[in-house]
Design a protein around this ligand. Sequence first.
Ligand code: F6P
Length: 541
Amino acid sequence: MFRNTNPSGTLAWHNLRNHFEEMEYVKMQDLFESQTDRVAKMHVSWNDFLFDYSKNKITDKTITLLLDLAREMGLPSAIESLFQGDKINLTENRSVLHTALRDFSDQPIVVDGKNVLEEIKDARNRIKNFSNAFTSGAFKGSTAKTFTDVINIGIGGSDLGPRMVVNALECYRNAVQVHFISNVDDDHTESLLRKLDPETTLVIVVSKTFTTQETIQNAQKVKKWLLEGIADSSCENHFVAVSSNVDEAVKFGISQNNVFPMWDYVGGRFSLWSSVGLSISLAVGYDNFEKLLKGANQMDQHLKTAPLEKNIPVLMAMLSIWYNNFYGYETEALVPYCQFLEKFPAHLQQMIMESNGKNRNRDGYPVNYQTGTIIWGEVGVNAQHAFFQLFHQGTKIIPVDFIGFVKPFSKEKGNHDILMSNFFGQTEALLNGKVGVNYQSDAAPDFLKPYKEFAGNKPTNTLLIDQLTPESLGSLIALYEHKVFIQGFIWNIFSFDQFGVEYGKKLASSIQSELKMQQIDRHDSSTQFLLEYYLSKRELL
Ligand code: F6P
């Protein structure tokens, strides 16, 4: 079990604070000038990944001190605890074993006297058999028609991960169209259903608890649509569920044989590797799904075995702590130069902010330092034309992860070079800015020059990956999962519960009853005013 150590009380933290005083006003431009072997030292080549972290406000000493902090906190043994299934999710008394979902070895992982790898293997086989029957057309709808569409109904971790991967693997897709319903928004659901034929649509209801109101509500609505649309009114083949609550799924009307398992040792936001990824397997075929898992497993092996100095998730996590806890930068951005990774920032927002948005330490006391970073982003180059102005000339400093790929799918190289020129050009501009010699060379009139000056010295990480494949995508997602785990561990918080979200759900459900009864209870004056306004307007419109 993790011990409770206040990181800010460690010797390494103290040393980092002193070091920060030396570093606060140091400019990266000068560090590059004085350290000719900077890039050679500050990059990691691993598999088909190149991680260049030289464009950060760091020296060799910073890295040494950050890794001292990781060691003093006991990170290496925490990593072992994660992989061996210790109950590190203490507040829910659970192990945290998303890594076991992509473990193809024969080394048992025992939780409560049971080797979990066996049930995971069984579930993988079920996903495989189901996907193969579905893709080959052997598994048909109840009117003997081949399926053309799949709807995944789920929210949060039961939606964002699969949705992001299905999008990302567009170039590996087979003919079936996969759609996602997450929000409890009739207008959206109905507009989708209008386009689909119930006789050729398979619905997957994904909910770990099978009690999430939005998901159940949407599932009821789609079930009604199926029952009305299928002539013989038997829609058993059209409905499958993924849940750890089999009883509820069966009560809902889904045949027990059609319920794929989930387990309490897998958190929703880390669950795309389980049956929650069924829609991925249907969209790209089981073999590609397995490659995704294997890519993630390779990153797991990297985390476990690489020395901390060459360990990409460790370095990324510690750099982020450097900015969050010493420089006081509150947000981080993520800019993938790949349209297919459009949903990646949204997936990471849940993964990072639901995990590390915590203010109590592992002793239950308020923390006296900053925890969870705010993550946001958008694909490049679109982002350049939206919010990069603030990166370059705003008053806030936002460390950015740039993610790009060497090889596109298209045979036409021209546009990819344009895309990647922007990728490289932006990190260069953020580092060097446009001052001094560069600045003088600008032909602008004198009064305009201050507005055209860029100070540079803005930190970025560059992840350059050979190509977007199921394997590299698996590794990339796992990289950020590990960053989250490491940061939560160093911040001495519990990363794997989400009690904050649950309270909001309770309030929503009592407000729902009030709206139904048209009887607003006592709330704070603002909420009461808004609810009464909504109710009166609802009657009129
Ligand atoms: O938003 C809170 C949350 O519990 C997430 O952690 C989870 O991914 C989501 O709701 C959906 O939960 P379920 O899979 O149980 O429907």
